[in-house]
Each structure stands twice: as structure tokens, then as C-alpha cells.
Design a protein around this ligand. Structure first.
Ligand SMILES: O=C(O)CCC(=O)C(=O)O
Length: 286
């Protein structure tokens, strides 16, 4: 449960870190499950519906960059997506009445984990209103060394930036340079959560530490925020309901939208997409 100060902070700054949301046992379960997934990735050598692989992945040295839609892959992740404390917190910020639009587990393996360049999630998935946010469950502590999540405070009330280059959507901001002095890192211990508004500019540097950095992101929308891209149907909304009920009357807000089109074919994830970017600012921090 958030107090009013935390709620105000989120609305003013567009982000929030909350410690101690998951118990040590719950974190341990996520770590165990994730270790099993990494071990099983040895069998594959290409991206597929479950794994996005780091360059250099081999059976001997498995390197997983992302587990895709983890809540569909294992009950532990589905439980995490529906965690009562997370639902309550997100409901306080954008509810009442919320659903998940999906999950991803971003791994940054020790010593090389891929960066994520500056972007706004809104550029990927605009909705009829911007009561949409992402909760990140810190399966490991997030810090400077291991590529913790960076955000630009207040950017959720600013412009929707261009995420196109050479005429195509590249999934990273291309029309402005972020001064590192304008960004902050959301440091939380394992079991804590990060929260960022769908329009907040964010990214992360490579993992330079000797330990993995695993962050399970849950994308959460107010029930009356209808997607302008990737609509999967009412049944999918029902399945992903976290509180309240599905509505067929979207709330429309006057929010700038730029569609993520035209798009490159065959991109496995944001990591693949951002390799199309000419100047990879956060990658240089490796
Ligand atoms: O894993 C991270 O550090 C950032 C992830 C992110 O922003 C994304 O996957 O959209």
C-alpha cells in the first residue's frame, strides 16, 4: 500500500521505487524458476517464442537476454504478475480497475548484459489514454554497476519523442540527446519494485558487475485504456484482468500519439530493434 506522498511523487515525477514488496521466499522462487529457464535455453541457438538470446549464447555458456511473456511460461511468473501487493499499488496509481497487457523478464547477465537505449513505452504501445505504467520486480538488487533502471524525472508530461530513424521505427529516442545529469536510477533491493509511467523516458546501461540483474516487467493499463496497437481481443483482456472488470467503453484523452510504423520485419525484441539505431548512447557506457 502506498502512502499519499508516494502517490504524489509518482504523479509528479513519473516514476517510483518501492522496497519490500515481495518476500524473500517469493524472490527465491523467481530466481529458481529463472535459473531453470536459463539452463533449458542451452537446447536452442536462435531466438524463439520464449527466449531472446544474447549474442555469443552457446550450450556451454547460455546467455539469455529476455524471457518473453514469462507469465505464460510458468505459474511462478503468473503469480508474480497477479501479486496482491503489486495489484493494490498499481490500482492506487491508475485504478480502480486494471489489467496486464503482458510481461517480460529482462536479464542482464554478469559482465555483459545488454543495454536498453532511451525510449518511452508509449512509442511502442499507445492507448486511448495514458493511465498505463510498467512495474519491474527486482529479482536482483538494481544498482549502478549492474545496469539499474534509469529514468528522466518529469518526462511523462513532456513530448512524445520520435523513435524513428531512416523512416523506420527503431524503438529508441532519436530526436533528442539525454543529458545523464537529467536522469536518475531507481535503485531498489531484491524484492522491491520499480514503477514508471508509460511516457517516462527510460533505459539502462550494460551490466558491468559480476552478478546477474534480472527484472520482471509487468505492463499494466487502466481497464478503460484501450490499445491502439496489438489488440488481442476481449478474451485476452479477461485473462489478464488484475482488478475490476473489462469495459467496452474506452476513455479518450487528448495525448500525442506517433505509431510504431513502419516497422522492421522479424525483430525478436527491443534489443534486436535497437541494433538498427545508429548512435547507441547507453551501449557506449559498457
Ligand atoms: O530492463 C531494463 O533495464 C529496461 C527495460 C525496458 O525498458 C524495456 O524492456 O522496455
Amino acid at each position: 500500500m502506498l502512502d499519499q506522498k508516494q502517490i504524489d511523487f509518482y504523479h509528479n515525477q513519473g516514476y517510483l521505487g518501492v522496497p519490500d514488496v515481495l518476500s524473500a521466499d517469493e524472490v527465491e522462487e523467481l530466481r529458481r524458476t529463472t535459473d531453470e529457464f536459463v539452463a533449458n535455453s542451452r537446447e536452442g541457438s536462435e531466438h524463439d517464442d520464449v527466449y531472446d538470446l544474447e549474442p555469443g549464447h552457446t550450450a556451454d555458456e547460455p546467455r539469455v537476454r529476455r524471457i518473453k511473456m514469462p507469465h505464460l511460461q510458468h505459474p511462478s511468473y503468473d503469480r508474480a504478475m497477479r501479486h496482491p501487493k503489486i495489484v493494490q499499488i498499481a490500482d492506487q496509481l491508475i485504478g480502480p480497475g486494471i489489467r496486464s497487457r503482458g510481461t517480460k523478464l529482462n536479464m542482464k547477465s554478469a559482465g555483459f548484459g545488454s543495454p536498453v537505449e532511451w525510449h518511452q513505452d508509449w512509442a511502442f504501445y499507445p492507448h486511448t489514454n495514458d493511465d498505463v505504467l510498467a512495474v519491474g520486480i527486482a529479482i536482483d538488487e538494481l544498482n549502478e554497476e549492474n545496469g539499474g533502471l534509469l529514468v528522466v524525472p518529469g518526462s511523462h508530461t513532456g513530448p512524445i519523442h520520435d523513435h524513428h530513424e531512416n523512416g523506420y521505427f527503431v524503438g529508441a529516442v532519436t530526436d533528442t540527446e539525454i543529458d545523464p545529469a537529467d536522469s536518475v536510477r531507481i535503485d531498489v533491493p531484491a524484492g522491491g519494485i520499480t514503477i514508471h509511467h508509460v511516457r517516462t523516458m527510460h533505459g539502462s546501461a550494460p551490466n558491468r558487475s559480476g552478478s546477474p540483474r534480472r527484472l520482471m516487467l509487468i505492463e499494466i493499463c487502466a481497464n478503460d485504456a484501450w490499445p491502439l496497437v496489438d489488440y488481442k481481443g476481449l478474451d485476452d483482456m479477461e485473462t489478464h484482468l488484475l482488478s475490476g472488470s473489462v469495459t467496452i467503453t474506452p476513455r479518450l484523452k487528448d495525448v500525442p500519439v506517433r505509431m510504431p510504423h513502419p516497422s522492421y520485419e522479424g525483430m525478436s525484441s527491443i534489443y534486436d530493434l535497437q541494433t538498427k539505431l545508429e548512435d547507441r548512447v547507453l551501449a557506449r557506457q559498457g
